[in-house]
Design a protein around this ligand. Sequence first.
Ligand code: ATP
Ligand code: MG
Length: 312
Amino acid sequence: MPQVLSLGELLVEIMRPAVDQPLDEPGQFVGPFPSGAPAIFIDAVARLGVSCGFIGVVGDDAFGRCVLRRLKCDGVDVRGVRVVSHRTTGIAFVSYRSDGSRQFLFHLPHSAAALLTPEDVREDYLRDVKAVHITGSALGVGEGVREACYRAAQICKQRGGMVTFDPNIRPEILGVEAVRVLCEPILQACDVLLPSSQEATMLTGDADEETACRNLVERGIPIVVLKRGAQGCVVFTEGHRVEIPAYPVIEVDPTGAGDAFAGGMVVALLRGMSAEEAARFASAIGALAVTKQGPMEGLPTLSEVESFLASV
Ligand code: ATP
Ligand code: MG
């Protein structure tokens, strides 16, 4: 059975090929690219050569096959993915603006992805689990998906495994208070928290991200890594703060960097690296992830990471 697990939304991303092509006008698209934050994470882990599996739901359609084929080819165990005939696979349409911001249009709450339930998280499938990664995006898809995430985190904890959490949930729809309530059960189980700046302050209500991260460590989360895109990351552990610069690369598509980073972090920690060493390794995975168009396309194998690290 897989050692690293993730669960939640599987979807395809269909994107505008150039910047400033808004979604409300006719025009070109490229894709479908396999995507979904927890899926990008697990694909990163698989490409790094670690035994891993995914729990989710796709439709019995071309987009579902596209995502599943990709995960399978990269080495993800997909026996935990259910295929349903009465709903279609999740879709995200994406357009980038020249100021770096993104416009998204999701087909998700009414897609197959939202049919995930706690019953999909089977104890025997988690028999050998060493780490479960939860994304805020999954907590926001709907109640069934959320309860499935809580259950996976809880089983992993009971078995002495590590729970990692990327709180990439959008407060715009649910409101900050509701988002904090949804995140709380995962924060309580969490060993490694991977927020970006606004996510850190959203979770604590502090005015600045540094204070927020320190408070998150103080409340008992052993490792908090603040992700800052091309500015790198900051690792917070009890009484320590270390800044880790980003590797210099040419950014083609920033989507999925955070999920790739999380994959690197989990693989490195399972190999016994310290929080700081793990974040340095994860930074290389995040950097390589942004060098290709499509959220999973830049994810490196271990030997690609090694040659990259030897070249910088
Ligand atoms: P997303 O939500 O799109 O998955 P994120 O906001 O969660 O991304 P980022 O901070 O964008 O996460 O990226 C995670 C890490 O990946 C960064 O801390 C950095 O180490 C690396 N990274 C991201 N963008 C770049 C870049 N342009 N150049 C080099 N490294 C990068
Ligand atoms: Mg993020």
